[in-house]
Design a protein around this ligand. Structure first.
Ligand code: SF4
Length: 274
């Protein structure tokens, strides 16, 4: 494991700043749309569904999807989501498609609704009651189809940072092993290799009390400045302390070759539906 590097320290300070702001997952917002953000912020179940959508599509589009799904179905009632599987699937494929993976994500939505009803009394917030340990919440999240280590880590950090859920064991939090995070950790010299273990260890070294603090900070740096091509080092938040190993990159799931559809564009498209 490497010691704390100047770039790691700068990333920690950025993360702490975001935590003080109670930042949402895309910084100040989830979706860029007031109504869609409001749903995520006021409905724990919609927030959980948003987590399921965050895969292989732009983050704003994923977080707007529960709102769009509710528009198309006319509800986000868990009993109906659990029962009316055909209607859920049809809502996904209605153009513009709600997700890139229209044959997989509907199943996750139905499974989540059934699990919430059967195990949590129909309330997603029962997954993360105040005082829960980070590792317990992580374990409960991992039981949901469509949630792996990466999404679970991200979710725990959003719960603490944005929603202010008082969880214990923040020192067991983690950064999501995401392509943006991995690229920044590599190029900024926090890790010598691209592996989940190396990234976790580097986050722990930079912020032992709460390694997940680096999660949104690294993600935003990767998305905003440390792009796969043409990184903007001189404008970057880490620019003054980063070794700028810009020839390094990572492989991962992305949307290469596709024009990402923004959340506002999707919403506009959804209004055209009968
Ligand atoms: S954009 Fe440049 S300065 Fe910023 S993290 Fe990437 S390599 Fe470092």
């Amino acid at each position: 494991m490497r010691g704390v590097t100047p770039a790691g320290d700068a990333l920690r300070r950025f993360g702490e700043e975001l935590a003080r702001q109670g930042a949402a997952q895309v910084g100040g917002s989830f979706t860029g749309l007031r109504e869609a953000d409001a749903l995520i912020r006021t409905s724990p179940e919609a927030f959980l569904l948003g987590v399921l959508f965050t895969q292989g599509i732009p983050a704003e589009r994923a977080w707007a999807a529960p709102y769009l799904l509710r528009q198309r179905l006319g509800h986000l009632d868990l009993q109906k989501l659990a029962r009316d599987t055909g209607e859920v699937a049809a809502a996904f494929v209605m153009p513009p498609a709600l997700h890139r993976f229209v044959h997989t994500v509907p199943g996750w939505i139905v499974d989540a609704a059934r699990r919430l009803i059967a195990e949590y009394g129909g309330s997603a917030s029962a997954i993360w009651p105040s005082g829960s340990h980070v590792l317990d919440v992580t374990r409960r999240l991992l039981a949901f189809q469509g949630i792996g280590e990466k999404k679970a880590a991200m979710t725990v950090e959003i719960l603490m940072r944005h929603f202010g859920v008082p969880l214990t064991g923040a020192e067991f939090g983690n950064v999501a092993y995401d392509v943006h995070v991995r690229r920044v950790f590599l190029r900024a010299g926090l890790v010598a290799e691209d592996s989940a273990t190396a990234v976790r260890d580097a986050a722990q070294a930079a912020c032992p009390a709460s390694p997940g603090t680096l999660d949104l900070a690294a993600w935003l740096v990767g998305r905003q400045w440390c792009r796969p091509r043409d990184p903007r080092c001189d404008e970057c938040r880490l620019g003054a302390v980063c070794p700028r190993w810009t020839s390094l990159g990572v492989k991962g799931v992305g949307v290469a070759g596709r024009v990402p559809m923004s959340a506002p564009a999707l919403l506009e498209g959804s209004k055209e539906q009968p």
